[in-house]
Design a protein around this ligand. Structure first.
Ligand SMILES: NCc1[nH]cc(CCC(=O)O)c1CC(=O)O
Length: 333
């Protein structure tokens, strides 16, 4: 049975500037296709409570509130940053579209135009992400990683105030906010792999709204879906919590014989940089899950299990290494 489309599509969005920018972008795409769209603001606990995310409830507090609004029929469409969306599917909901991805890399925003390699030993890099902290520490730069959280603007203010020499942010977020000129370096994925799904949006709706599922397919991008499916399958197979230091980047490539493949790279490490594993895997375009699972199996075999399954356990940094445990596990992935 096919449902009919509502005359006006209610699109749920969080209040933050990044969320509304992303939702407005999606609304505009849908309007171009002839739909009427209305934005509905959803306030989540993560927006109003400044306590560390671990004490608020960890995984997916933002996504959960928006999903509840969908399930309660308060909105028809939800827009998430794919990297903030738990890998476990929500019963009754589907990711109906994954639009074309922004550049997925991380960037450095530093004082005085500094790049990562130019930050002096003892300098302070702010990030609340274990993935970013682990990869910075693995570079062995002798810098201090300080746990910070807050929205993009709040985090950049740490540089202006002098508290940090630099912060690491997703390039996509800065691009969407029109703040790319603040980036002092686009960090090469050889040094820092982004979060699985970084730079991509996920558009969710109720599974039972079949007409809407069908309509949203128009803004799905097959390459982005294939790449992010591989990245998220890796994360799922590793059974890594949202705060585990895991980076992953899949790219679509063409083999010499013209076959399309997915080339996946991943990082797994400990927060203090004492363990770092980087591996890659190439597999058919049509089976992205298997690419993710294949690479996860290699990583697990090579010792990733301890790092990802007990990220806050024995691998916690000692104070003399001057590495603070980031207090934000969810806000900044
Ligand atoms: N976790 C916060 C978050 N979620 C999505 C983005 C940026 C946009 C994206 O990666 O799609 C950010 C900010 C950041 O990590 O710098």
């Amino acid at each position: 049975m096919t449902t009919t489309l509502p005359t006006t599509l209610r699109l749920g969005t969080r209040r933050s500037e990044l969320a509304t920018t992303q939702s407005t972008w999606v609304a505009d795409r849908l309007r171009e296709l002839g739909h009427q769209v209305e934005l509905v603001e959803i306030v989540t606990e993560g927006d109003t409570n400044l306590a560390p995310m671990t004490t608020i409830g960890g995984t997916g507090v933002f996504a959960a509130a928006i999903r509840q609004a969908l399930l309660r029929d308060e909105v028809d469409i939800a827009v998430h940053s794919l990297k903030d969306l738990p890998v476990a599917p929500e019963p009754g909901l589907v990711i109906a579209a994954i639009p074309v991805r922004e550049d997925p890399r991380d960037v450095l925003v530093a004082r005085d135009g500094l790049t990562l390699g130019e930050i002096p030993a003892g300098g302070v890099i702010g990030t609340g992400s274990t993935r970013r902290a682990a990869q910075i520490n693995a570079l062995g730069l002798g810098v201090e990683v300080r746990g910070i959280r807050g929205n993009v603007g709040t985090r950049m203010a740490r540089i202006d105030s002098g508290e940090c020499d630099a912060v690491v942010l997703a390039r996509a977020g800065l691009a969407r906010l029109g703040l790319l000129d603040r980036a002092t370096e686009v960090i090469d994925p050889l040094q820092m792999l982004p979060a699985p799904g970084q730079g991509a949006l996920a558009i969710e709706c109720r599974e039972s709204d079949t007409a809407l599922v069908e309509a949203l397919r128009a803004i799905d991008d097959a390459d982005t879906r294939a790449a992010t499916t591989a990245e998220r399958a890796l994360l799922q197979t590793l059974e890594a919590g949202c705060s585990a230091p895991v980076g992953a980047l899949a790219e679509v490539a063409e083999e010499e014989d013209g076959r399309l493949v997915i080339s996946l790279r991943a990082f797994v490490g400990t927060l203090d940089g004492s363990l770092e594993l980087r591996r890659s895997w190439v597999g058919p375009y049509d089976t992205p899950e298997q690419v993710g699972r294949g690479l996860a199996a290699v990583l697990l075999e090579d010792g990733a299990a301890d790092a990802v399954r007990k990220p806050a356990g024995p691998s916690q940094p000692s104070p003399e290494r001057r590495t603070e445990v980031p207090n934000a596990t969810e806000r900044e992935k």
